[in-house]
Design a protein around this ligand. Structure first.
Ligand code: RIB
Length: 293
């Protein structure tokens, strides 16, 4: 059992602000920091910190690419399938306000320039007991999802950043579609169907303070988890942490209820910390946090 993650790798530039800038407004930040991010890298970091064997598939450029890959490897992620290419490493400009909310601008760079051959090669050794994770920040999501389904892998697709067409294109190859409440509403509106009628075997919906829910659309089975109350300082990467922990738990053969509990605790801990991949808790911290609850 292992997790293959075709995932973005970004250099995250964090600006802490009193409030998010309005159109036409210029704001001075009182705090600036840089860290490893990208929805894919965050999910790989989360799954590896949760204890899974993770193979990251992606690309970085000559600028800080080495630093990004070394950072990912430091948490035990296998980075042999991260290509070094001539296009700049992806980056993100992340504004975070005093209420822990954010707004993000992404420059995709190398994430969208990765070759299909590299993805195919990386997945050639994957098998039916493995999990494939995808998000909407890289090239070749559909091709990878198709390979994953053909191999009988559990394919988890995070509909983020949300694009209805991108979701529509991977749905037939997806096992678990992961969405937040806003994305779930956008998708049902775009496809003109209720959440329960989406043509996908399972859905995983995170609903902020209302907790999270997994549903099998094939059997009607459900599991839900209330949100854990914490003092939030930065919500960036919480969804990625949730998906990475959930995927790791499912890959390890845990029940969906247990996977939801672990994922929700990991995401809650993450929002108490500033940053993205670096701020994701390790499994021992999550277990200790759950014991305190
Ligand atoms: O989900 C948070 C992530 O979105 C950040 O790490 C940023 O890089 C963007 O991909």
């Amino acid at each position: 059992m292992a997790i293959y993650n075709l995932g973005s790798i970004n250099i995250d530039h964090f600006y802490r602000l009193s409030h998010l800038p309005a159109p036409g407004e210029t704001l001075a930040t009182h705090d600036y920091s840089v860290g490893l991010g990208g929805k894919g890298a965050n999910q790989s970091a989360a799954a590896a910190k949760a204890g899974a064997k993770v193979f990251h598939i992606g690309a970085v450029g000559p600028d800080k690419g080495r630093w990004a890959v070394d950072r990912l490897a430091s948490w035990g992620v296998d980075v042999a399938n991260v290509s070094r290419i001539g296009t700049s490493t992806g980056h993100a400009i992340i504004n975070v306000d005093e209420g822990a909310e954010n707004s993000i601008v992404i420059f995709p760079g190398a994430n969208r320039a990765l070759g299909l051959g590299e993805v195919e090669l990386a997945l050639s050794v994957a098998g039916p007991n493995d999990t494939l994770i995808l998000q909407n920040e890289t090239a070749h999501q559909v091709e990878a999802a198709r390979i994953g389904k053909l191999k009988g892998m559990r394919v988890i697709y995070s509909a983020a950043p949300f694009d209805a067409e991108a979701v529509r294109a991977v749905l037939e190859y997806t096992t678990i579609l992961a969405l937040n409440a806003v994305e779930a509403q956008q998708l049902t509106e775009a496809l003109g169907v209720a959440l329960d009628q989406l043509p996908v075997p399972e859905i995983l919906v995170t609903k902020g303070s209302e907790g999270s829910e997994w549903r099998s659309l094939q059997t009607g089975e459900r599991a839900s988890q209330p949100a854990v109350k914490v003092d939030a300082v930065d919500s960036t990467g919480a969804g990625d942490t949730f998906v990475g922990y959930f995927a790791a738990a499912m890959d390890a053969g845990e029940t969906t209820a247990r996977a939801l509990r672990l994922a929700s605790a990991a995401a809650a801990l993450k929002v108490t910390r500033v940053g993205t991949a670096d701020a994701i808790p390790i499994r021992a911290e999550v277990d200790a946090f759950l014991e305190e609850q």
